[in-house]
Structures are given as structure tokens and as C-alpha cells.
Design a binder for this molecule. Structure first.
Ligand code: AMP
Ligand code: MG
Length: 491
């Protein structure tokens, strides 16, 4: 069943949709209508994001919005499109992929500039291949929660505007129910869009795409002697900054294929991601990733590999191999500088960097890895180390090794204002992250029709640096069963 597309008169407070990707033209997308889900219902609406986007909150709560965002009707003025891209999956060229279950329903003019709005799970598209175009409730809740958790942590991400559910059945390993996440981003363009037109020999379209991205998102590159090399460098830097943030907070993406890499350096496509419980650099969060290509410690290297693919795709425009290699070189320096800054911040080293800081950080990470210390709890407790050191010491079995490190740390902190330091650390070490078991609990309740745990979790994830004493249970150690949760690409 296709959505009703009878042109309705828009409600007075309805958003004014602009055609998405209109400047690029039809080679980049297919016009397509969503396929209706039955009896849609609201699960979540993000009023804070709605406000940022200039959307009317009453309209967002309306039946018109519910049906539009569940893909049951085409919202008045909206011209949905699915875009085409390709990509490398698990290191292998996969050819054409594309938005197999995503539809960009339009673009909104916001005070911050144009923002694209996309439905995920609204039915098949010309790029669905063998897929059904649907997304299940479980994975949609994970995407909604994690987008907002990342935003709360200050990490660049696509956002989640709302979540709708439906009793429509979807077959995965078992029969599940369908949901649609409405997500937003300044752009959903991926490395894979560039690979698609480059590998397909459509260098005219590749140039058009690169010019579009430069003009709209990286205008400073226009002044560079080689604007396309400058674009590659700018994307490399943003990607490096993103990866530094992921590594510092303990976020494992799980499927860093080039089609899941945002050209804007946003966290994109939430699948089998995980925030680390115990600090284990070798941790693999994607149950389908048997070789560990996307293990936590490999993420920075994989991002660089993905940038090489982007660089390769841009070669017909950059033309000079030297210029491309030089652009890519920016990645390593930017990543190391950002990661060091992030980790120094987590340690509360609020003064200028000193030569011993790198060793202090490295040695700590080695101790944490050896002892498999809970990542989030360690860092949060460290905020109060000057006043309450025992709760930190008790996280370690080999207490003397940690004590020796702590003595060095204490000397390094001499002269720093403990209150200022504590305040700064509490802004960098979240009390709450979206641990897998918390997501699972919210999903389990939602499957029974109880969305209260989801909303409770969402509230703390939106402001993860605050204490939220009434929700302290969500800041505890993971239960034993957490380590046996298996999250795969099935979504
Ligand atoms: P992912 O690994 O989720 O990023 O997806 C890789 C590719 O498979 C993308 O082109 C997706 O659009 C497509 N895809 C994933 N799941 C489905 C589905 N259920 N139906 C159609 N296409 C899908
Ligand atoms: Mg994807």
C-alpha cells in the first residue's frame, strides 16, 4: 500500500517543505512515496529539536504529523526522495547501495540554515535490493536514544525528531513490529555518494556533488588553490575530531563502512553500536563482525582507511596525488591533538599541556585496559578523586599499580584549583551513557507497550553530565547479563 498523496491543504502551522537535494538534480535520487504502516502511534517527539528547527510544537503533536512521519501520508508540500550511493563494506567494494529504507521527505529552512528531514523505515525504494525497507522497533529505539545521547555528550551526530510505532509485522530472526525514526541533519551525504559517481565514471556528476558540498558546507575551500583537495582535508579534520570524541567517551560504532561515513563528520547510521562497559580496546560490538575489523581500538585507523577511499573517489577532481596525500595527512595530527585534548580534559588538566601529559594518559589507559575497569564509572568517580579517592581505588584489583599512577597524577595536579578542576571534569566525564543493557531494558518495556523507561532514559541522556540523583540506578555497573547481549546488523 502506498501512502495517500492527495494534495491536502497544509495546516496553517505546518512546516514549509523545500525539495531535498533539489540543486543536485535527478541523477542523485529517485522520487518515491512512502509505504504506509498500519495504525501508527507516537512513541517519542523531540520538542527541544523541534524548537531548534522552528517547528510548531502543536503541529508536531498533530495527527497530520503522526501520519506524515509514520509514512502513511505524504505531508503537504513534501517531495520525498531516496538518494543513491555506493560504498565499501567491511573493506570490500560493494557497488551500488543507496537509501534502501530511508526517504528524505524535505528540507526545512531553520535559523541555523537548511536542515534535511529523513524517515527511516518507511518502505522500499529502488535501492532496497533484497530488503523490505522497514526498520524494527528495537533498532529504531536504539537510533533515537543514541542520536540524542550523542547530542547530549556534545558529539556531532544526526538528530532524532520523532519516533512512531506500528503493529505492522516485520520479519527478522523472528517476527517484530515496525517503527519509523524521523531524523535530521544538515546533510545526509556520505563518502559513498562520492564513490558512487567516481567509480561509475560520472565525473561530471562527481564535480557537481563536490561543488555542492563545498558551496553549502565547506565554503572556505572555495578560496584554496585546489578546492577539492581542501575539501578532502576539511573532511579529514572533521572525521578526525569525531573519532577523537568517540574514543574518549568509549563509543564503538560497529559498522564503519564508507556508506555510513558522513561527509560532515557526523555520527551516522546507528546500528550495532555500543558504549563500552569495561574498558577493552579490543572490544567488538557488532556480533556480525567476526574478524573484528571495527573493534574499538581499530576505529581511528578504519576512519583513515575510509578517508583514503574518499580521496580515491575525489582523484578525478583533485588530479594531483601529492595534493591528495597531503590533504589526508591532516587526519593523524588532528586526531592525536583532539584525543590528547579530550583526555587531558577528562583528567582535569586545565592548564597548558606539559610534556609528561602524554605518558600520564597512555599509562592510565593501559592500566584501565589491563584491569577492564568500567570506563564511564572510572572517569566519573575520578572527578571527585581529590576529595574521595577510595571509590576510585576500589575499582582496581592491582591497587598498588594504580596508586603509583595516582601519585604521579596528584603531583601533576599540584597547583591547580581543585574546585575548578572538578567542575571542568564533571563537564567532560558523563555520569550517563547509553549502555547496551539500558537500551535493552527500555526496548523490552516498549515491546510491552510501556514507554516510561524509554523516556526516563532519554531524560538523563539528554543531560548526561548532570547527577540526576533520582535516576542513579541508570548510572550503576552493568548487570552480568549485559556482556551476553548480542547486537548484529539485523535491524
Ligand atoms: P546499513 O548497514 O544499515 O548501513 O545498510 C547498508 C545498506 O543496506 C544501505 O543501502 C541500506 O539502505 C540497506 N538496508 C539495510 N536494511 C535494509 C532494509 N531492511 N531494507 C532495505 N534496505 C536496507
Ligand atoms: Mg547505512
Amino acid at each position: 500500500m502506498t501512502a495517500t498523496s492527495t494534495p491536502l491543504a497544509p495546516a496553517a502551522n505546518a512546516p514549509a517543505w523545500q525539495a531535498p537535494l533539489a540543486e543536485l538534480g535527478p541523477a542523485f535520487y529517485s522520487r518515491i512515496e512512502p509505504q504506509a504502516l498500519k495504525q501508527p502511534h507516537w512513541i517519542a517527539r523531540n520538542t527541544a529539536l523541534a524548537r531548534e528547527l522552528g517547528l510548531d510544537e502543536q503541529w508536531l503533536a498533530s495527527q497530520e504529523a503522526l501520519h506524515g512521519f509514520a509514512g502513511c501520508t505524504v505531508l503537504p508540500g513534501s517531495q520525498p526522495v531516496a538518494s543513491v550511493y555506493s560504498g565499501h563494506q567491511f573493506g570490500v567494494w560493494a557497488g551500488q547501495l543507496g537509501d534502501g529504507r530511508a526517504l528524505i521527505i524535505g528540507q526545512l529552512q531553520t535559523p541555523q540554515g537548511p536542515v534535511e528531514v529523513q524517515l527511516k523505515g518507511a518502505g522500499r525504494t529502488p535501492y532496497s535490493r533484497m530488503g523490505d525497507g522497514r526498520a524494527v522497533l528495537r533498532s529504531s529505539i536504539r537510533e533515537y536514544l543514541c542520536s540524542e545521547a550523542m547530542h547530549g555528550l556534545g558529539i556531532a551526530t544526526t538528530r532524532a525528531l520523532c519516533l512512531t510505532g506500528s503493529p505492522s509485522a516485520v520479519l527478522r530472526e523472528e517476527v517484530e513490529t515496525a517503527a519509523v525514526v524521523t531524523r535530521t541533519a544538515e546533510s545526509f551525504l556520505r563518502f559513498g555518494h562520492f564513490e558512487h559517481f567516481s567509480h561509475g565514471g560520472r565525473h561530471d556528476l562527481l564535480g557537481q556533488l563536490a561543488d555542492h558540498v563545498i558551496e553549502r558546507h565547506y565554503p572556505d575551500c572555495q578560496q584554496a588553490p585546489n578546492p577539492y583537495a581542501a575539501l578532502l582535508e576539511a573532511v579529514s579534520r572533521r572525521t578526525a575530531s569525531l573519532l577523537a570524541q568517540w574514543q574518549a567517551v568509549g563509543f564503538c560504532h560497529g559498522v564503519m563502512n564508507t556508506d555510513n561515513m558522513s561527509i560532515l563528520g557526523l555520527t551516522l547510521d546507528y546500528g550495532p553500536f555500543q558504549f563500552l562497559d569495561a574498558f577493552d580496546p579490543d572490544h567488538i560490538c557488532n556480533h556480525s563482525d567476526s574478524g573484528g575489523r571495527y573493534a574499538f581500538k581499530r576505529q581511528p585507523g578504519v576512519a583513515h582507511w575510509n578517508l583514503l577511499c574518499l580521496g580515491q573517489a575525489l582523484m578525478p577532481l583533485i588530479k594531483s596525488e601529492d595534493a591528495a596525500l597531503q590533504a589526508l595527512q591532516a587526519y593523524k595530527g588532528q586526531f592525536e591533538a583532539d584525543l590528547t585534548q579530550a583526555l587531558r580534559g577528562k583528567l582535569g588538566l586545565i592548564d597548558a599541556q606539559r610534556s609528561e601529559d602524554l605518558a600520564l594518559v597512555d599509562d592510565l589507559l593501559q592500566i584501565l585496559a589491563r584491569e577492564r575497569v568500567d570506563h564511564t564509572i572510572f572517569w566519573r568517580r575520578l572527578c571527585d578523586f581529590a576529595q574521595h579517592s577510595e571509590p576510585v581505588h576500589e575499582l582496581f584489583i592491582d591497587r598498588s599499580t594504580f596508586a603509583a599512577w595516582a601519585e604521579r597524577y596528584g603531583s601533576r595536579c599540584a597547583g591547580l584549583d581543585p574546585q575548578l578542576q572538578r567542575g571542568a571534569m564533571r563537564q567532560r566525564n558523563p555520569r550517563y551513557v547509553l549502555r547496551n543493557h539500558l537500551g535493552e531494558q527500555a526496548i523490552g518495556a516498549a515491546k510491552q507497550g510501556d514507554f516510561a523507561p524509554l523516556h526516563q532514559l532519554l531524560r538523563v541522556l539528554e543531560t548526561p553530565f548532570e547527577d540526576h540523583p533520582q535516576d542513579a540506578a541508570l548510572a550503576g555497573f552493568p548487570p552480568h547479563w549485559a556482556s551476553s547481549i548480542e547486537i548484529s546488523c539485523s535491524s
